[in-house]
Design a protein. Structure first.
Length: 248
């Protein structure tokens, strides 16, 4: 299994418009230090699945036929805005799996175009080709799902956006070893009100309980980049365009 980070930023990822902090200034001077909306591409046994779709360049990045489906964690704009362009493609239909949310995003589900929306429920596993996918509940301001991917004995868990994890989600994640956990971490320690996202201390506690073989932090805001560049102890920040390979 290969997971490539197409974006690792939160809604206040560097550079933030009007901000002159060190992280934002550095991102303007060096575009490689900027962060796009959090998203990833999972590739396994010829299958290619997009996780979240906040980037607005998806139609250029993924030609017709290059994706087998999209998995949305939730319907906030920074996770689904790119679908508003992809839906008007004349290519073959593209399935999109998502949590039940009657509000959705704008008129996406009312006027889906080429998109084929399919609602998922936490704990109800399903298969796409050779991959078993288990949606898990997350704790956020909108109905939100994480995704656990299994192929053979290997497992990857993608958990953004969330602050903490429900007990039922811990139970699913603890069922067997996890090779890679990708976890929401928007803020440095000590932020007075983290607002629906983990800070670094909270993310550290979750990963200590899950004990994955590898972990990456994602959905990072500019103040976290200013706090620490690259890594903090055993915690590793995901980098733009980084690929993590899980050997079969």
């Amino acid at each position: 299994m290969r997971l490539t980070f197409l974006g690792t930023g939160g809604v206040w990822a560097a550079p933030v418009h009007g901000c002159a902090c060190r992280a934002c200034d550095a991102a303007r001077a060096d575009p490689s230090r900027a962060r796009a909306p959090a998203s990833a591409l999972l590739e396994v046994a010829g299958l290619r699945l997009l996780i979240d779709a906040g980037r607005t360049d998806l139609v250029e990045r993924f030609p017709p036929g290059s994706l087998d489906g999209v998995l949305l964690t939730h319907f906030h704009a920074d996770h689904c805005l790119g679908l508003t362009l992809m839906r008007w493609s004349l290519a073959e239909p593209l399935p999109v799996w998502h949590p039940h949310d009657s509000r959705g995003y704008d008129d996406l589900t009312k006027h889906p175009g080429r998109l084929r929306f399919q609602t998922c429920a936490a704990g109800d596993a399903f298969c796409i080709g050779p991959v078993t996918i288990t949606p898990v509940a997350l704790i956020h301001s909108r109905p939100t799902l994480g995704w656990v991917f299994a192929h053979g004995a290997r497992r990857i868990a993608y958990l953004s956006d969330t602050r903490g994890l429900p007990d039922d989600t811990y139970a699913i994640l603890d069922d067997s070893p996890i090779d890679l956990v990708v976890l929401d971490c928007a803020y440095p320690p000590g932020v007075p009100d983290p607002r629906n996202h983990n800070d670094l201390d909270e993310a550290s506690e979750i990963l200590a309980q899950l004990a994955p073989r590898q972990a990456r932090l994602t959905h990072m805001n500019h103040d976290l980049d200013e706090y620490s560049a690259g890594s903090t102890g055993s915690l590793c920040f995901a980098n733009e365009e980084e690929t993590v390979v899980i050997d079969e």
